[in-house]
Design a protein around this ligand. Sequence first.
Ligand SMILES: *Cc1c(COP(=O)(O)O)cnc(C)c1O
Length: 492
Amino acid sequence: MAENNDPSILSITEPTIFERGSKGRDGVALPSTGIEQVDVNTLLPVDMIRDEIDGLPEVSEVETVRHYTRLSQLNYGVDNGFYPLGSCTMKYNPKVNEDVARYPGFSGAHPYQPVESVQGNLSLMYELESLLGEITALPHVTLQPAAGAHGEMVGMMMIRAYHEDHGNPRTKVLIPDTAHGTNPASSALCGYKVVPIASNDKGILDAAEVERVMDEEVAALMLTNPNTLGLFEENILEIAKVVHDKGGLIYCDGANMNALMGIAKPGDMGVDVLHLNLHKTFSTPHGGGGPGAGPVCVTETLAPYLPAPVIVKSGDKYSFNDDRPKSIGRVKAFYGNFGILVRAYAYIRTMSAEGLKRVSETALINANYIKERLKEYYDLPYDLPCMHECVFSDKKLTPYGIKTLDVAKRLIDYGFHPPTIYFPLVVNGAIMIEPTETESRQTIDWFCDAMINIAKEAEREPELLKEAPTKAACRRLDEVKAAREPKLRWQP
Ligand SMILES: *Cc1c(COP(=O)(O)O)cnc(C)c1O
């Protein structure tokens, strides 16, 4: 029997559904009813009857089930193995939160139902806002944004509204070179010029460097903490002071909250606006393209600009309040992505404050363990205690003609999903590993053993890496051709 991380389970060759079955075969055959058959042409106007479609698959029920089940097995997901993508927090999400999100009162609520009939749902949202406010020490929260990048845009719109309200929207946003690509995009969408700032040789920002570029045209500094090198921006208090002294605001990209929960609060670090990724930190599976939720948490000062409506509580009744003259307006229809909010609420309540703290502590320990085990074999450009992820490079392997891409492809042969590669851009040939808190020591050791073996193979048998993957359903693709000539449709 195959070991549970044997990638050969991935090597199923599956023909397309069009290549299966044969003429006249069908999924469901019911007994004759005895009712006389009528020609459809006598029942419907001719222009409403579609032509026969040639080439549709004709398959039995079991063939259909097997086909799609097999296709689903070609997908690698966190339910079949370790998925150490950096920055994206591909952690395992407890199934109980899926069950809760499917309760009929949550999943069956209609967006047009009168608010009196969805009081439970509103109370869940109201309480979730206050829980997220407590986790971040930024007490005013909107749950409307549908993703992290959407949250960034909403946060930047609020920053713009704040500055406009104070007489000048300003023109620039400062963004460190370690930032996620969505940060400059969100700033530009809100009409700001992006000014990049270099991090220092320790991989973090210096207050002096911020001071050098800070002026009264800067609306905000947009910072990720911990940053995408997995390092804590330890000068944050000094940096926040420099920015605030010139009237600017601090935006923090909180997609990496998995490292901080219960340990440190961005609101205590001088942050004014922060978005969270519920689909990374708070138990919504992601990676398949959505849906997600990117709540934005802000200080008292910025609360008037929050998207409207806001949920208010009076006595024990919840309602929506639209009377918000300074609001940036609505950013998402109805209740936002409500199912994601239910999962986050269930996750926080089942974990408890103590549990959330342990999540972050374990995420940190796991990442540091990997960093220590692998640093002898892989170049570690910033050798400091890391947070929830660590970043290596391919520098030690390039003398053998081996690049980061070859290591990633070879990992597939060992049964692992490759980590994030070539990001962050400040590290050439980056290999960015985020193990998350949900993996056992044993799984992490399997992964480290594979990485160490690959480093040895690079020296002794580099051609093994160049050919990889050899065991997966798909061999190495021509990535340029795939990007230039995507073939997305079945063609007979
Ligand atoms: C994932 C991520 C984002 C973007 O979030 P989406 O939900 O994918 O839009 C932004 N910043 C960081 C640091 C991230 O990891």
